[in-house]
Design a protein around this ligand. Structure first.
Ligand code: GLC
Length: 740
């Protein structure tokens, strides 16, 4: 065939091919037209198939139209290993180990939105490589009680901090074409009986405390999916809650994404249809035996829904809206052919995990410059505690991972001090010797049959001859600790750690306590130890990050994302007996009234003048900072816009980072308001002697409260005060201004 003829044929085929590319698959066509086109081609069966799971973590696409299956996976800290089609148990693959990033409470503790973006992007790259289109996270439920088993997965007690940190995480994740599924919407602030808790809360507390992080994720981060929570609000399950989903999320916030149920959070076909649920996952069937396998056609939004339509009890109006949202999700993920391929366990991901860990560790107390440890002046260190050796990436519930690497605190210190300092180890206490979850095992054998007395005696005798003692204690990922599904039953440290710490501090005043946990704990011995560090659950780079901070390679810059009270009754929820709730007569529902209302965390202690053990926003560094006097200028009186500036100087001998916090106090309000509320923060890294200027722009939104009589936010004219601080109790300057 002549070249001319070949060209003509190719052109003809090209035209034909173009003509055959249907609109819904044409990436150059407007998304809404593509959605309309796809919807018009789908049968009723196909529409029903895409709105519910087909396996434990996937929903069917439309094979006939070339719309791929849609794959989700946990979790917020790393991509969960693959499970069998219809099981929670492992599939036993050998290609699904991952990078374990630090828990989100550690990310919040960095107070560094740039790291949140890096975190989300890195996690998306791992998800892409593993073929996942949506990550079931991040979680942003507010830290209302320190007993909540899942606080380690969330971003602390303050809505402003959680909002500023969740937006870049979502943006980072979705920048790679992986959907965020922000959870658990909403008011899922404890775990005990989480399927039966009915939260009773004022509109002000709902909008000022519990919704802002979700609203920011949707309205600023443009999250593509939201996960409904297990609990009830206004006596309606949150996976199909008319107020939370139809009114607030989809109308007020104009959410154009997909509402996904929590696994097993769906309880009614009629409510799921009418109240805004778009994708049903994890239902244990609808009245067949709980154990029915592959019962996906029995899901509330499966055959029962199709039957309801066939019988004319429902039109396809709601169904088409659900499918439109799902098609829009496809356009953003599986149908986006420009999506990158991702990468798994890459050095850049370990670097990201290391940066988040190093910047999230919080130095809570450092008497007489105990830390950093100087290798040159240290001969022997004694490391004590089960958490110095125990793997923490396995367990804790759905955020459990199969990490390719996890360096323990003990190994991290031994590697860093190899050849420089002798590092001995004593168990100190025995806690949870288990080490597997859903078929993933740590491979550790932590069995130790010695008695607590023997363990303490051994540690104390070794402590006497050491230059310093570092105890790695805290909680772990087992039930009734930092673990999904249950809450802790007491505020104190488990496994007799208090006795151990007291004995060690007695034997060696140069004792450091590092808490490996996601929650505050009682520390009655805090005044007896030299230093205290909040070490979080740091994932793959645990040992390297803790060693870097303890030895001073890195100056700690983390700040607490929650208040650390001296005792449980200093938390509003507990002071008022507002946790746990009260079972109803039929013992089917627990009513939990959030009586502390908007006064959560430092908002509570400010209102009661109680001193926390360590304040929200608190964190020491290895240097010191001074603050210049804050000055405020009016940018626009009518609009209520002001600019606050101040200088900050590193007056110490080492480079370090300070988190300058801006709180706003409404001095003349017609309604009860907290003494102050966080409305800005800047993390500033400075060399010794260096000074930087920090600028905060203040707008009306930051002065407003939610007016529950009008159902909207508003700022009241009158006197306000901008408070600049290094923590909620360490005030460094004030500047008054008047909102006209
Ligand atoms: C779990 C959790 C949720 C998780 C889902 C899938 O019960 O509540 O956070 O993403 O089910 O594992």
């Amino acid at each position: 065939m002549t070249s001319k003829a070949t060209l003509c044929l190719a052109a003809l085929l090209g035209v034909q091919a173009a003509a055959q590319t249907p609109l819904y698959l044409d990436p150059t066509a407007p998304v809404e037209q593509r959605i309309d086109d796809a919807l018009s081609r789908m049968t009723l069966d196909e529409k029903i198939r895409v709105i519910h799971a087909q396996s434990k973590f996937s929903a069917a696409g439309v094979p006939r139209l070339g719309l791929p299956d849609f794959w989700t996976d946990d979790g917020p800290h790393g991509v969960r290993p693959d499970v069998l089609w219809d099981e929670w148990e492992q599939a036993g693959q050998t290609n699904d180990s991952c990078t374990a990033f630090p828990a989100l409470t550690c990310l919040a503790a960095t107070w560094n939105p740039d790291l949140a973006r890096l975190y989300g992007r890195s996690l998306a790259e791992e998800a892409l490589y593993r073929g996942k289109d949506m990550i079931l996270g991040p979680g942003v439920n507010i830290y209302r009680t320190p007993l909540c088993g899942r606080n380690f997965e969330y971003m602390g007690e303050d809505p402003w901090l959680a909002s500023r940190m969740v937006v870049p995480y979502v943006e980072g994740l979705q920048s790679q074409g992986v959907a965020a599924c922000v959870k658990h919407y909403a008011l899922n602030n404890d775990e005990e009986h989480r399927h039966q808790v009915n939260v009773i809360v004022s509109d002000r507390a709902l909008h000022e405390i519990y919704l802002p992080a979700f609203r920011a994720a949707v309205c600023e981060g443009h999250a593509w999916a939201i996960m409904g929570a297990y609990n009830l609000y206004q006596n309606q399950h949150n996976c199909h809650n008319a107020t939370l989903l139809n009114r607030i999320l989809k109308t007020d916030w104009a959410f154009d994404g997909v509402v996904v149920s929590d696994w097993g959070g769906t309880h009614s076909t009629a409510e799921a249809i009418a109240n805004g649920l778009d994708m049903e996952f994890g239902t244990w069937t609808d009245g067949l035996t709980m154990g029915a396998t592959n019962a996906y056609d029995n899901y509330y939004l499966a055959n029962p829904y199709k039957q309801a339509i066939k019988e004319g009890r429902f039109s396809t109006a709601e169904l088409d809206d659900k499918v439109r949202r799902i098609l829009r999700l496809y356009m953003r993920t599986t149908l986006d052919r420009t999506r990158p391929l991702g990468s798994l366990c890459s050095e850049s991901h370990y670097d990201a995990a290391m940066r988040v860990a190093c910047e999230g560790i919080v130095l809570l107390q450092n008497r007489d410059g105990m830390l950093p440890i100087s290798p040159a002046r240290t001969r022997r260190i004694l490391v004590v505690g089960e958490n110095a050796v125990k793997m923490m990436t396995v367990g804790g519930g759905s955020s459990s991972l199969k990490a390719q690497r996890e360096t323990s605190p003990l190994d991290g210190l031994r590697r860093r001090l190899h050849g420089l300092v002798q590092v001995d180890y004593a168990r100190g206490y025995v806690g949870d010797t288990g080490g597997s979850y859903n078929g993933v095992s740590t491979g550790q054998d932590l069995t130790d049959h010695r008695t607590p007395e023997q363990l303490i005696d051994e540690a104390v005798s070794m402590a006497r001859g050491a230059d310093c003692v570092i105890v790695f204690g805290g909680l772990n990922k087992s039930d009734y600790q930092d673990c999904e599904g249950h809450d802790r039953q007491s505020y104190g440290l488990p496994y007799g750690q208090d006795r151990l710490v007291e004995a060690l501090a007695e034997a060696n005043p140069r004792t450091v306590f590092v808490s490996i946990s996601g929650n505050a704990v009682a520390m009655p011995w805090a005044h007896k130890v030299a230093a205290i560090v909040q070490g979080w659950f740091l994932g793959s780079m645990t040992g390297q990050a803790l060693a870097a901070v303890l030895v001073g390679d890195v100056s700690p810059s983390g700040r607490l994302p929650f208040s650390w009270m001296k005792s449980l009754d200093h938390y509003g929820a507990h002071a008022l007996g507002a946790y746990p709730g009260t079972w109803r007569e039929a013992r089917d529902v627990i009513d939990e009234e959030y009586s502390e209302d908007i006064f959560v965390g430092y908002r509570w202690t400010d209102s009661r003048q109680t001193e926390p053990l360590f304040a929200f926003g608190h964190g020491l560094t290895y240097t010191t900072f001074t603050y210049g006097k804050p000055r405020i200028t009016t940018l626009d009186d009518a609009q209520g816009r002001y600019r606050l500036t101040l200088t900050i100087t590193n007056t110490g001998q080492r480079r370090g980072a300070e988190v300058v916090q801006l709180y706003i106090s409404d001095l003349q309000s017609s309604v009860p308001r907290p003494v102050k509320e966080l409305k800005g923060f800047r993390k500033v890294e400075l060399e010794p002697g260096q000074t930087a200027e920090v600028v905060f722009d203040i707008d009306r939104r930051m002065l407003s409260f939610y007016d529950d009589t009008l159902g909207r936010w508003r700022a009241e004219p009158g006197r306000f005060e901008a408070i600049v601080a290094a923590s909620a109790t360490d005030i460094r300057g004030r500047a008054a201004f008047e909102l006209k």
